[in-house]
Design a protein around this ligand. Sequence first.
Ligand code: FAD
Ligand code: NAG
Ligand code: NAG
Ligand code: NAG
Ligand code: NAG
Ligand code: NAG
Length: 611
Amino acid sequence: MCTTTVCTILIAFLAFASSDYTNFNDFSEMVKKSISESKRYRLPLDNRKIAYTADSSTNEFGEFDFIVVGAGSAGAVLANRLSEIRHWKILLLEAGGNDNDFSDIVGLAAHLFYSDMNWGYNTTAQKNMCFAMPNNQCIMPRGKARGGSSTINLGIYSRGHPEDYNRWEQLGNEGWSFDDVLHYFKKSENAVFEGRDEGYHGNGGYMHVDVLRPTAGFQSAIFGAFQDLGYSNVDHNGPNPIGVSRMQFSLNYNKRASTSRAFLDFFEKRPNLDLSLRSFVTAILIDESKRAYGVEFIKDGRRYVARSKKEVILSAGAVNTPQLLMLSGIGPKQHLGELGIDVIQDLPVGEHLADHVYYPALFYRSNQTFYNQTVDDNIEDYTYNLRPLTSALEMVSFVNLSGSKVDRPDVEYMITVPTTTDNLRLLNPMKEEFIMDVDALHDIWFPLVLLHPKSVGKVTLQSSSIFDFPLIDPNYLSDEADLQTLYRGVQFIMRLNETDTFKTYKATFRHPPVPVCDDNHERFSKEWWFCSFKTYSVSILHPVSTTRMGNNPLTSVVNSRLQVHGMKDLRVIDAGVLPELNSGHTNAPTIMVAEKAGDIIKSAYNEICFQ
Ligand SMILES: Cc1cc2nc3c(=O)[nH]c(=O)nc-3n(C[C@H](O)[C@H](O)[C@H](O)COP(=O)(O)OP(=O)(O)OC[C@H]3O[C@@H](n4cnc5c(N)ncnc54)[C@H](O)[C@@H]3O)c2cc1C
Ligand SMILES: *[C@@H]1O[C@H](CO)[C@@H](O)[C@H](O)[C@H]1NC(C)=O
Ligand SMILES: *[C@@H]1O[C@H](CO)[C@@H](O)[C@H](O)[C@H]1NC(C)=O
Ligand SMILES: *[C@@H]1O[C@H](CO)[C@@H](O)[C@H](O)[C@H]1NC(C)=O
Ligand SMILES: *[C@@H]1O[C@H](CO)[C@@H](O)[C@H](O)[C@H]1NC(C)=O
Ligand SMILES: *[C@@H]1O[C@H](CO)[C@@H](O)[C@H](O)[C@H]1NC(C)=O
């Protein structure tokens, strides 16, 4: 039998292994200090500080086979896979610094939005959404750290529906059907939790995937209520996500399994892999034959040039990769011309920006008290791998409501307790009158995600200067079909109160007041809902398709081998290449793309036999 002391020591070891903390009080102090620092942090308004140089000289950094720009979800995986070839020399450049023990706490991720691990972007003022946000601008956090956005995200591991990838292939991307890519999803993954569909999960990869230890009374209520409506308990990363599930996360016991933790921690010591942090890439070097031969970057106030013998690979994400391409002369001719940038290659860079939006104002109030504890209790529970700090979310349901023949889901509900007014405010700093007052003890939160928005927008440049942030205009909810889908989504969730299960929990539907809509429309009428969608909906932070994959250079930026059309030795490998949004979240597909890209590149240089 294991005595309490032995258990505590064992668990403390697991919790603090590979961290600087050997003592619980120090750990707890660090967490509380980081939380209060995030409350004071002021995000930058531009790149002036990070791009500062003390003088105008340029220094040689050296020559490498491959230069990877960005150590995020894709870049960290690529650097790992490419450096498996011992005679290849890899340089991985990352603008941000290290991740740490605080960023490992997935349930506190919203605090990282207010830290130097976030680039600090907002969308442009939106015409049809983000009305509860100051100036109609949604926040658009992007990871700026080892691990990129996988270091600040909410940790959800969700691939979508197999049909998502079959569509990629139908759009002209050979080799990207679900049957082709399943191997690469599994390759990264180490999933051993009970109840998974084993044919769809890997268990020998570097990245741990797990479900949470359940919140008492909560999972049974949700399973019961959805089953009452005809949805069964499924593995949402199995053959069909439609149903209700325990949500899967990139988690290693209680800690974040970012690509930094999974793909760099134990590998960055490889002698042929050079990781340079706080290195901000400002330009791609391109010769007369349109060959990319290196990059320019700024580190510690000095300007450097690094040269590539084989290729430059951009993994700076769906916002920064387009920025870097356009500043280097690769992008829409007219836009670059207007900014006085010489055009090297005319391509629709930054166009076709797609993003998932979610509607956060849906709650049920139950008669259960799910959580009633202090911050200290929460921190202690975290070391025992217990919620709420292991993750802010717990369950998920994917539903198809459109009646289309293909049974891909069209909406998703993330489902969780507890939710606090504070956490909602951190996730989306809405104007005072829109702050949602939740009862953290009894409210169940049902944020509703629009999985296949018809609205598309773009990423453009503000100027020809690297000092300026790019402009992100997703043009959210500009297509009325998106409002209709959200409307079907709320109709469905409001039916839960009719279920026997929710009746036993005395669970009643709650929605905060929406002053501007309440004044003009009958509450819960279709017009009222449309008004409220435009007010409360925000981004779930999945921008994709700004450098999308395809074979037509008029509508895509890279080919199915991820090479930039018309250029030599230049690839883009990050979320921007997704041809369209998946029916899920974007981290897993981005990692899959990088895994497959590793093999595509190795086979191009005859380092492996592949397909
Ligand atoms: C807050 C948040 C929550 C999210 N939640 C989830 C979730 O729970 N589940 C999910 O599946 N997806 C989630 N996502 C989305 C998912 O994390 C992203 O789709 C994915 O990480 C994108 O990977 P990437 O490699 O394209 O870019 P990133 O991971 O963002 O990596 C880009 C890297 O490049 C670096 N970089 C950029 N420009 C330069 C430059 N000029 N020089 C040097 N380095 C540069 C950046 O600092 C960054 O490290 C979330 C995203 C965010 C921001
Ligand atoms: C983004 O919006 C927030 C308010 O939500 C504001 O404080 C911040 O300065 C804005 N940042 C930029 C770069 O516009
Ligand atoms: C929550 O805990 C406090 C302090 O222990 C207690 O006073 C209060 O009654 C509890 N609330 C509920 C709803 O259980
Ligand atoms: C939704 O998906 C289910 C399960 O895949 C399928 O049986 C059903 O026909 C679909 N419903 C609609 C309305 O498309
Ligand atoms: C469910 O909620 C709707 C909308 O609030 C309400 O009209 C209906 O009476 C509720 N049904 C039950 C059984 O509570
Ligand atoms: C919730 O309500 C149900 C139905 O009235 C009741 O059986 C149950 O005991 C209540 N639970 C709590 C914690 O009050």
